[in-house]
Design a protein around this ligand. Structure first.
Ligand SMILES: NC(=O)c1ccc[n+]([C@@H]2O[C@H](COP(=O)([O-])OP(=O)(O)OC[C@H]3O[C@@H](n4cnc5c(N)ncnc54)[C@H](O)[C@@H]3O)[C@@H](O)[C@H]2O)c1
Length: 438
């Protein structure tokens, strides 16, 4: 079949919802995407190395809070979605979407091992007319420098025999307003045919598709977005430290500043960066930039400020305890919120973990409340979440609000008189001598 005919056939299969879609990596990104394609009538196969995940999906059970059990069960029951650990089945896919983790190594260098493993599996059965899309966040150049040569090693040519694109995932776990469907999707292919095919695919599922000229631009778009957040959070964290010294309420400053209807966007201070994206992605960019002899000064500076925040929180705990004439050593400190942000169960890179580690090193006795994280195994210790009301009744020496889940009611905590360090402004509008705001 000529390259043109391959392309035409793929477009027709996509338009007619006849394309068989494979999603590799069924986590926070892959599972919502697989469900959305299945809801549009495609036949979707989810691939994961984790048997417990594929088993739960096939039983119609969701382990991702943003994917409703009802929606998942419906598409599994209708036969539009199934999951497997058998990578050999990739050969039967028309489209393969790769959504595996892209963490950092201990040295803060990119760890592409999950992407490489997935691409090896795709390459093993690559066939003419297949569309391969990488969605994992990564540095500019990954698709054409790493993925393309691995796939072409089988003898087929990208953008002619098969199609290759990068499309960054922008999902925001826990966001009730924006989801896979209404978040615009950026798509950059290796060439025109690849961009067109990937745009056609997402056009079936996503309201707005934004085409860019290359995979590198698409890769850089995602890193700009997340670096923008990391740098602005770093700036506002520094402002919080400054305001504390100057005895100015940083939260009141931000609230007033955000009334400006143009040219300002609010960012908020906190106990540090968390999650799989903002603390990690800028390092992918600075690593790549260094290969080009370029130092990313903004990224480095923001990284320094943001990663110093847990230390600062512990200093504020020491200050709060000082008001009741107690040292950290031997004090009972109750940490409120372990997940890295409100109303999610994800504790990857959560600054609460750093705060706990630092407090433990200084001799604090620790407990925590987090309805989203029932058990915490970290730093060689296992803790179980305590209901907040019970924790208040046990009168800890200090409480630190690290994550302000909607389920928390702080009324009794504030009334109890326990010293509270509030890193999230969760106690906004409450005035009490026992509240210490970040
Ligand atoms: N979580 C987010 O909010 C978010 C947002 C935007 C982009 N991203 C990016 O998307 C990518 C995936 O992130 P995530 O949060 O969904 O990760 P995750 O850890 O929730 O899910 C990844 C899944 O991939 C599976 N996996 C690992 N290696 C595999 C392999 N070789 N074959 C098949 N499956 C494999 C894991 O078992 C896991 O289920 C990352 O690059 C991340 O940076 C994440």
């Amino acid at each position: 079949m000529s390259p043109n005919a391959n392309h035409q056939q793929l477009l027709e299969r996509i338009a007619g919802r006849k394309a068989h879609i494979g999603v590799i990596g069924l986590g926070y990104v892959g599972l919502p995407l697989a469900v959305e394609f299945a809801r549009q009538g495609f036949s979707v196969t989810g691939f994961d190395v984790d048997e417990s995940k594929t088993g739960q999906i096939n039983a119609g059970k969701s382990y991702i809070p943003d994917v409703s059990e009802k929606e998942l069960a419906e598409v599994v029951k209708s036969g539009h979605l199934r999951a497997t650990t058998k990578m050999g089945e990739l050969a039967q896919m028309d489209v393969i979407d790769i959504c595996v983790p892209t963490p950092l190594r201990k040295t803060k260098d990119p760890d592409l091992s999950y992407v490489v493993k997935s691409v090896e599996a795709v390459a093993a059965s690559l066939k003419r007319g297949q569309l391969v899309i990488l969605e994992s966040t990564t540095y500019p150049g990954t698709t054409d420098e790493v993925v393309q040569p691995m796939l072409e090693a089988q003898g087929l040519k990208a953008d002619a025999d098969f199609f290759l694109a990068f499309s960054p995932e922008r999902v925001d776990p826990g966001n009730a307003k924006f989801n896979t469907r209404n978040i615009p999707k950026v798509v950059g292919g290796l060439g025109k045919a690849s961009t067109e095919a990937a745009a056609a695919l997402y056009g079936t599922t996503v309201d707005t598709v934004v085409q860019v000229s290359s995979t590198r631009v698409a890769e850089m778009v995602k890193l700009l977005e997340n670096t923008f957040r990391a740098v602005n959070i770093g700036m506002v964290n520094e402002l919080a430290l400054m305001c504390h010294k100057m005895d100015i309420d940083v939260w009141e400053v931000i609230d007033a500043a955000k009334t400006k209807p143009f040219g300002f966007m609010p960012f908020y201070p906190g106990p540090g960066l968390g999650g799989h994206c903002i603390p990690i992605d800028p390092h992918y960019l600075s690593w790549k930039a260094r290969q080009h002899g370029f130092e990313c000064r903004f990224i480095d500076l923001a990284g320094q400020v943001n990663s110093s925040m847990p230390d600062y929180v512990v200093e504020r705990v020491a200050e709060a305890l000082n008001t009741v004439k107690k040292p950290i050593n031997g004090s009972r400190v109750h940490v409120i919120g372990i997940a890295y942000k409100r109303d999610v169960n994800d504790m990857r890179e959560s600054p609460s973990l750093d705060v706990i580690e630092l407090l433990r090193k200084r001799g604090a006795e620790l407990s925590y409340s987090d309805p989203w994280v029932p058990e915490l195994r970290h730093d060689g210790h296992t803790l179980t979440s305590v209901d907040l009301e019970k924790a208040v009744a046990s009168r800890p020496d200090c409480a630190v609000i690290c994550t302000d889940h909607a389920a928390f009611n702080f009324d009794n905590l504030v009334k109890s008189g326990v010293a509270i360090v509030d890193t999230r402004n969760a106690l906004k509008d409450r005035q009490a001598a026992n509240i210490f705001r970040l």
